[in-house]
Design a binder for this molecule. Structure first.
Ligand SMILES: [Mn+2]
Length: 341
């Protein structure tokens, strides 16, 4: 069982009844597409993109005090801290699809609470609530490596954006126009939170995906240009990746470049589906990384490798993020290597 009809209606009702909702959302396409759908449905409120490594900490209580919302909605955030919930007086709705957190003082909407195998993306559920912008729900879902049952209606309405024959999520992501849109959104929100929010605001005003894909409106051109700026750098990095015979496809780059570990690891896995992909970015004596595999469960492998090293991480079963101190990085990699043999 997925999120129940009752839950969907309850969420929608809370949004309908709110006069001043404040949204916190993840800085990836799934988070952004979730926010954009709910914001367009409501036509009101304020959004805050979280560039804090997928977590909502008590530091953000300040933002709540500033805006004085009557409802707080948290979207696609893997790590919501209890201290935040304890310090705000408003009702908080958490819509998410990451592993279940043990939290109090929150109304928790997560398909995993009903079915341990249902982790359909947050933007998919936002679509079920808003029922307004199918293309945005689909973009966020494809970005999170899932097609879902939105596909059937989507290929009917937008045959030019995805062929109905596409059956694998990564083919949708890397070989269709809707996937390109997902990657455009991912790149357009790189950089500072301020720059990212500017793009997100523009996204809330786009009526048709082709405005961006074919650059047919000034807003679309703006988003596409932001994408191109980061894409150039990205393509260069992608070309420099060397693939050996090892099961582990390891690629580390320096922080002179933008954070694209998630984007890179996705594309490398699409190109080399038999590999265990680990892409890291060195910064401040830490390696920030994304891990992907189609064959080896990533989350348990990561959890084990994190034992006895200075670091942390988590995510989904086959896609994770982690942070390990440089001094322990070799030890960490050794453990991954041993496990995936
Ligand atoms: Mn997500």
């Amino acid at each position: 069982m997925a999120l129940t009809d009752k839950e969907i209606k309850e969420f929608r009702k809370a949004l309908d009844e709110s006069a001043r909702p404040l949204f916190f959302f993840d800085d990836d396409p799934d988070g952004v597409c979730s926010f954009v759908q709910l914001y367009r449905y409501k036509g009101d409120g304020k959004g805050i993109i979280l560039k804090t490594g997928h977590q909502l900490t008590e530091d953000f209580v300040r933002k709540v005090d500033e805006y004085q919302p009557d409802l707080i909605i948290v979207l696609d955030i893997a790590n919501v801290q209890q201290e935040f919930l304890d310090k705000v007086s408003q009702k908080v709705l958490l819509l998410d699809h990451h592993p279940i957190l043990d939290l109090k003082k929150v109304e928790y909407y997560n398909p995993l609470l009903h079915n341990k195998d249902d982790n359909r993306p947050t933007s998919y559920w936002a679509y079920q609530i808003a029922k307004k912008d199918l293309w945005i729900g689909m973009t966020g879902s494809v970005a999170d490596w899932q097609l879902t049952d939105l596909k059937k209606e989507f290929v009917k309405q937008y045959p030019d954006l995805m062929d109905k024959k596409v059956s694998k999520p990564d083919d949708a992501l890397f070989e269709s126009r809707i996937g390109l849109l997902a990657r455009i959104i991912s790149f357009s929100i790189k950089g500072s939170a301020r720059d990212a929010m500017k793009c997100v605001k523009i996204l809330t005003r786009i009526q048709d995906p082709r405005e961006i894909l074919d650059q047919t409106s000034a807003q679309g051109v703006y988003i596409y240009k932001r994408f191109q700026k980061y894409n150039k750098e990205y393509e260069k990095l992608l070309k420099s990746v060397k693939v050996s015979k090892s099961k582990l496809l390891l690629f580390i780059y320096s922080d002179k470049n933008t954070a694209v570990t998630s984007d890179l690891s996705n594309e490398l896995l699409h190109k080399h589906p038999d590999k265990f992909v680990l892409v890291g970015r060195e910064r401040n004596e830490e390696v920030k990384m994304s891990l992907r595999s189609a064959t080896v469960p990533v989350l348990p492998t990561l959890k084990k490798a994190l034992k006895n090293v200075d670091g942390y991480g988590g995510g989904h079963y086959y896609a994770c993020g982690a942070n390990v101190k440089e001094k322990d990085f070799d030890k960490f990699i050794e453990s991954v290597r041993k496990q995936i043999k």
